[in-house]
Design a binder for this molecule. Structure first.
Ligand code: PXG
Length: 446
């Protein structure tokens, strides 16, 4: 990093980053196009993570850039509190059209975290509107990630994200993670066994009583935890049990939405329809902050009561449905359709699967798993120092010109949907180099 002096890095408290380590050896990108960034020292960095699971259509897509430039010259800002602007209505309508039938009311936010908390609040308000205000327990899942709001970390199951804030959480219970090392280590796609894990929800419902539970929230595929793929029949099982007990089922599709699994939503790719879909990230191709919740119409309609001059849901964000974000998302929906991005992701997925599983014989690889264009390669850790090998491997891949993510000791790849098989091969080669280079850590004293 040779264009900023290090003192200039002090003020920015970086999110989800080891700040001291980063500032001692900064990794700065200054530009991007298509599937690659350019680093401050002029190198090409292949984007193996679509930004942060956002940039399915590739960086600086011309149609999205044009739409945003046009928008800024027409209407830069309008809130959607009591006045509205056309982009938000048009976007909600377009999202309703591509969502599973029955889910056609859309609340807009600026991020996935806000969208998760919004979905939880809608579930609470829905209970109250039906005279069931006691429904205030949420069921999440271990190793789930639902953003960083207080609602999201309550239902989430990432222990590191909860530890420092543990006293301030909602009432929740958690299903166990669907990950089972004994049966799933090198499974391609969805595991064939393990559907019965959904039955655990029956035990949780029996403990708390269904009448006290507002909703169940899960990621269809757990992304941040290192790509944990649900067994066949598992999501169907959750749906069945929720129906049996009158519980709302929320899918957090912040990562899976808008093409990553080869369909617009995981709900369609995996054939299980929830009552609410939480989305963000790829909806705007990452070009502007945007998230939201697509809600089953009956839930929305149950809340359309009360004095006509009062907001039916006392909730919203100043920039909910910001004109620039809506312009970006409308253009992204056009791009998804015209460039057949879901089909492209689906077509690239078998090559991605083969390439990723070719790493099974690399030193200390304990698991390879994948679905659509999401994959994780888990490494045996440095003894006594979980996460150290993952971080070191990520740094080696960076030096090799590939951006990857390393939750713990898992290396994650999530290529843009426009990537070619050759791009995928380069990403996987860099991972092999990173795995090999960090193998000595498995024997190292901590
Ligand atoms: N839900 C899910 C499923 C997510 O993956 C959020 C909610 C929160 O979205 P916002 O926009 O508030 O960040 C996310 C975010 C990773 C990684 O390493 C993933 C996320 C964030 C940071 C790191 O996989 N996803």
């Amino acid at each position: 990093m040779n264009t900023m002096n290090t003192a200039a890095l002090d003020a920015f408290w970086m999110p989800f980053t080891p700040n001291r380590q980063f500032k001692a050896a900064p990794k700065i990108v200054v530009a991007a196009e298509g599937v690659a960034y350019r680093t401050a020292d002029g190198r090409e960095l292949l984007d193996g993570t679509s930004g942060l699971w956002c940039v399915g259509a590739g960086h600086r897509h011309p149609r999205i850039a044009e739409a945003m430039k046009r928008q800024i010259d027409i209407l830069d800002f309008a809130s959607n509190f009591q006045v509205g602007h056309p982009g938000a209505f048009e976007l909600a309508d377009r999202l309703a059209a591509v969502a599973p039938p029955g889910l056609d009311r859309v609340f807009l936010t600026n991020s996935g975290s806000e969208a998760c908390d919004t979905a939880l609040k809608i579930a609470l308000a829905y209970g109250r509107a039906r005279g069931e205000g006691q429904r205030c327990i949420f069921v999440g899942r271990e190793r789930g990630f639902h953003g960083v709001g207080f609602g999201g970390i309550s239902v989430g199951g990432m222990t590191n994200n909860r530890r420092a804030f543990g006293g301030a959480l909602l009432r929740t219970d958690h299903l166990r993670s669907t990950w089972d090392a004994a049966t799933q280590a090198f499974v391609r796609g969805q595991p064939q066994t393990g559907a019965e894990m959904a039955e655990e929800l029956e035990r949780i419902v029996a403990l708390h009583d269904a009448s006290n539970i507002a909703a169940v929230i899960v990621e269809p595929v757990a992304g941040s935890a290192g790509v944990l793929v649900p067994p066949r029949g598992y999501l169907e099982g959750l749906r069945r049990i929720c129906d049996r007990h009158g519980l709302l089922l929320i899918f957090d599709e912040v990562i899976t939405g808008f093409g990553r699994l080869g369909a617009m939503f995981a709900a369609q790719a995996l054939g299980v329809v929830p009552d609410m879909i939480v989305f963000a990230k790829t909806v705007s191709n990452g070009a502007a902050p945007l998230g939201g919740v697509i809600v089953r119409r009956e839930i929305h309609d149950a809340l359309m009561h009360g004095p006509p001059h009062l907001a039916e849901l006392m909730h919203g964000y100043t920039c909910s449905g910001h004109p620039l974000a809506c312009a970006a998302a409308l253009a992204m929906l056009d791009v998804i359709e015209s460039e057949q991005l879901c089909q492209r992701a689906a077509a690239l997925a078998p090559h991605f699967e083969n390439a990723l599983h070719s790493l099974a014989d690399a030193p200390g690889v304990v698991s390879v798993r994948n679905l659509g264009l999401a994959g994780g390669v888990e490494l045996a850790p440095k003894p006594g120092a979980p996460g150290a090998r993952g971080a070191a491997a990520q740094a080696v891949a960076f030096d090799q010109g590939v951006l990857t993510r390393a939750p713990g000791d898992t290396l994650v790849l999530a290529p843009p949907f426009i990537a070619t098989p050759q791009h995928v091969d380069r990403m996987v080669e860099a991972l092999r180099a990173a795995i090999t280079a960090t193998a000595p850590l498995m024997e190292a004293e901590s």
